[in-house]
Design a protein around this ligand. Structure first.
Ligand SMILES: [Zn+2]
Length: 505
């Protein structure tokens, strides 16, 4: 008998230990147990709640197959040599005509494959054309059609997001179809930013803002109709919360950039779809490098006019050799200090900034989040693994969240971004969950956070302190708080899906 008890004791001890573990600890233990089995890891990460995708260009999120369908419905032609879309009339589908209708590709797998490779990073190999150039060239090749299909684009991307448990997206979108840039070029530069803003607003920018809001409201409604939202056949994308960042094209002349930035601030002030703005286009191109300080001055001035509007900026999407060393030394700090960015997209070259550790401490103190785009950084800059600063940001307490950037062009999705992060940096479940929570915490959704503290632990605000976060019906006080604060509501939703997810382990 004594021997039997002796044998049983370790088993009992183990089961007590197992029972003492929280569901989160069990999920963490499971991840550690499958860490070296990529297939099981992929399945785990696919099912894991992923909060928000804070860095997602609507254009770049589209897979080339969908873009070909859009272009075929527009009756566009394709340049057989460059794979660039052209306006009709098109040649017939005979082999090797120079300008066939794009629908010819449906019966010509060589042409079909050529277009997909040209419109994405599929099958790209380092050679004469750099990854950087191939990546950015895709947008000009398919741009003619992507702008015509915003509702289908939204529907396609949010359906994919929902299936991999992304619950919130901030799409970067140039919703005015470059109208603001054209207005800026027409009305011209003025050294006095105040006067220039007045001139643009009274010269047509207010109308452009109204037209952009109207168009996006219609596009959103058509996307929701396409997904049959609000009906019993509703597709999964209907559950995704969507907001927009007005996407300023910073490679244009300064008066066009200023006009777009003003439009971004105006939209985010008047239209709840838009929660902020971002400056896009390759940071290393001539104009973004040459005009960088002027763009920061514009943001600095306009932030003073619209202090409540959120700003996130692409900064540090450059690397040694791509630009002059001097240009690697200040973009991130300037974007935070003078551009008033609450979030930084990429931040890859941070270690080449002046006083990088001081900068990261400043970012941590200011609570500036870095949007981490691992696949994109690898494909465009050739930076991955130990060369990427993700672990250093975490070491200095800078909040980070994983995002997709251009999942269609990159042939990636959020699950594979999580996979790359776990595999490259040996991240634990707890660390990954922290990033996921940070993605909603640092979203530009209106209202207060569910969390009073997010540094060491996540501690709920007083109104929800007595609640078991994410479980059951919130208390009366917490219900009232959630009703008044959309961001907190999205965070409660995330906690609820985490509870369900962790139950499985
Ligand atoms: Zn980007």
């Amino acid at each position: 008998m004594r021997q039997f008890v002796r044998r049983l004791l370790p088993v009992l001890a183990l089961s007590v230990l197992a029972r003492a573990q929280t569901p989160e600890q069990k999920a963490a233990r499971y991840l550690d147990s499958i860490r070296n089995q990529p297939s099981l890891l992929l399945a785990f990460l696919h099912d894991m709640p992923k909060g928000g995708d804070l860095h997602n260009h609507l254009d770049g999120a589209l897979y080339a197959e969908d873009l070909i369908d859009f272009a075929a419905s527009d009756n566009y032609c394709i340049d057989r040599t460059t794979s660039r879309l052209l306006a009709p009339p098109c040649d017939d589908c005979e082999h090797y005509t120079p300008k066939p209708a794009i629908r010819c590709a449906y019966d010509d797998h060589i042409l079909y494959n050529q277009i997909i490779d040209a419109w994405s990073m599929r099958n790209w190999r380092a050679g004469e054309e750099s990854g950087h150039d191939h990546f950015f060239a895709t947008f000009d090749k398919f741009g003619l059609t992507s702008h015509n299909h915003v509702p289908e684009a939204i529907a396609s991307v949010i359906n994919r997001a929902a299936k991999e448990h992304v619950q919130y997206i901030e799409f970067m979108h140039t919703g005015d179809g470059r109208a603001a840039a054209q207005l800026g070029l027409k009305l011209g530069w003025d050294d006095d930013f105040g006067k220039m803003r007045e001139k643009f607003l009274s010269g047509g920018l207010k109308d452009i803002a109204a037209a952009t809001s109207k168009a996006l409201t219609e596009d959103e409604a058509r996307a929701r109709t396409e997904l049959k939202c609000g009906t019993p056949e509703a597709e999964s994308g209907c559950s995704v919360t969507v907001r927009y960042l007005y996407q300023v094209l910073r490679g244009l002349p300064p008066e066009a950039v200023f006009s777009q930035i003003v439009l971004g601030f105006e939209l985010a002030s008047s239209d709840p779809h838009f929660v902020g703005l971002n400056l896009v286009m390759p940071e290393d191109w001539y104009v973004p490098i040459h005009d960088f300080n002027q763009h920061m001055a514009m943001l600095d001035y306009l932030h003073g006019v619209y202090p409540k509007i959120h700003i996130t900026l692409h900064a540090g999407e450059i690397a040694m050799g791509l630009v002059k060393p001097e240009d690697l030394s200040f973009h991130i700090r300037a974007s935070v200090e003078r551009g008033h960015a609450e979030r930084i997209g990429h931040g890859v070259d941070v270690m080449l900034e002046k006083d990088p550790v001081g900068l990261m401490k400043e970012m941590a103190a200011r609570n500036v989040l870095v949007e981490i785009n691992l696949t994109s950084n690898d494909q465009i800059l050739g930076i991955s693994g130990d060369e990427h600063p993700l672990p250093i940001y975490m070491k200095y307490g800078v909040p980070v969240a994983i995002s997709t950037d251009d999942e269609g062009v990159a042939r990636s999705d959020m699950t594979h971004e999580y996979l790359r992060a776990v595999e490259s940096y040996h991240l634990s479940y707890t660390v990954l969950k922290r990033m996921t929570r940070q993605s909603v915490e640092h979203s530009f959704l209106p209202g207060q956070s569910l969390w009073a503290e997010t540094k060491a632990v996540f501690r709920p605000v007083a109104a929800c302190a007595a609640d078991k976060t994410g479980t059951g019906k919130p208390s009366a006080g917490c219900t009232k708080f959630l009703a008044a604060n959309e961001r907190a509501r999205e965070q409660w939703k995330l906690e609820a899906v985490f509870v369900e997810f962790e139950k499985k382990y």
